[in-house]
Design a protein around this ligand. Structure first.
Ligand code: MRU
Length: 348
């Protein structure tokens, strides 16, 4: 089953509504571009590669639902749709990358409205297929780093749900398991949206991979006791020097891993690498509604006293010095990252 796919009879984007998992597995149909933007904002779809491909279908929907009768009016509708998608979430560069790729197709001169609509839908479908192949290749490179008997500490959700299929860090873990390696995964619950507790634990159970949930603050405890051989997480945007923006908490995890000599691997497609940014301080970090933090309930009651404020950065930046390697579909990239990332892009 894919996290998102084109529903041909409905002419709509069908995606797993990740807000409902693991309680219910339900699908959301997005028939218009604003419904795709909304699904990205409210995190019905989330994870860098997944929001990139969802946005590509969003651009196609802007064209398909347009009532324009000439190509220039159609292009204006598509541009408006693209703007709304770009504003949905700022950190994962896959979103902008996918929208820009779609706009390059939209701006190719084409004689009829219908031809342009079909061209855009075909491009979005191509991106969905490519995403699966790329993630599978990343999984192959990542799985080679995993040894039989490893306990891996994992942050957020980076599995099939974060992409069209397979995912990034969790894809590598899943493949290593399928190769017959005996693994154990310590799953950070990942406050405040609980992507680890809700989504990663659900995926690991589907794959039959032994795992245990831990509160985010317990990571240091397990690292210091020598119970963890590797830390794996994904990335939402990587700067040209290898600094990685990923789900908030990744930085603290990498610090604790370094203090205990545990290697840290960040896994991402090359579409997550933003070579235009020299370092991670330039990556825009999304700050979400404080209610996501303040709304926590225990026994049916909100735990926070009324009047307390909250800050809610959704991501943080792990400086490249704390990372052992970056795993991409083109191979494993080791330090020095500036030179080696440049080489990866030059090789194409
Ligand atoms: O806020 P989210 O759930 O979209 O954040 C997702 C992450 O931080 C993932 O680790 C990241 O997208 C990389 S894995 C595909």
């Amino acid at each position: 089953m894919r996290t998102l796919e084109w529903d041909e009879p409905q002419q709509a984007l069908r995606l797993i509504d990740q807000r409902l998992l693991p309680v219910r597995l339900e699908f959301l149909l997005c028939r218009r571009v604003d419904e795709v933007s909304e699904a990205i904002v409210n995190m019905a779809v989330r994870g860098a590669p997944a929001i990139g491909v969802a946005a590509a279908f969003g651009v196609a929907l802007a064209a398909l639902r347009s009532s324009a009768t000439d190509v220039l009016d159609l292009l204006a509708d598509v541009r408006r749709g693209a703007e709304s998608l770009l504003a949905a979430r700022p950190t994962a560069v896959n979103l902008a990358w996918a929208v820009q790729r779609m706009m390059r197709v939209a701006e190719m001169p084409l004689p009829t409205v219908e031809k342009l609509q079909l061209r855009l839908l075909a491009e979005a479908q191509r991106m969905a297929e490519e995403d699966v192949l790329i993630n599978r290749r990343m999984a192959e490179h990542g799985a080679m780093l995993i040894r039989d008997g490893d306990t891996i500490l994992h942050h957020c959700n980076t599995g099939a749900l974060a992409a069209v299929d397979w995912g990034t860090a969790l894809g590598a873990i899943r493949l290593a398991h399928e190769q017959g390696k005996r693994l154990f995964v310590l799953v950070d619950e990942t406050r405040p949206r609980l992507q680890g507790a809700r989504l990663t634990a659900w995926e690991l159970a589907q794959y039959g991979i032994p795992h245990a949930l831990i509160v985010d603050g317990a990571a240091g405890y397990f690292l210091r006791r020598g119970e963890v051989q590797k830390v794996f997480f994904g990335a939402d945007r990587v700067a040209a020097n290898g600094d990685v923006a990923n789900k908030v908490g990744s930085y603290m995890l990498a610090l604790a891993a370094r203090a205990n000599d545990v290697p840290v691997y960040s896994v991402m497609p090359t579409s997550t690498i933003d070579m235009s940014l020299p370092d991670g301080d330039l990556i825009p970090i999304e700050e979400r509604d404080p209610q996501e933090v303040l709304g926590l309930q225990l026994n049916g009651d909100v735990v926070t006293p009324p009047g307390s404020a909250a800050r809610n950065p959704a991501f943080d930046v792990t400086p490249h010095e704390l990372l052992t390697a970056l795993v991409t579909e083109r191979g494993v990239v080791y330090p020095p990252f500036v030179e080696n990332l440049r080489r990866v892009f030059e090789a194409g």
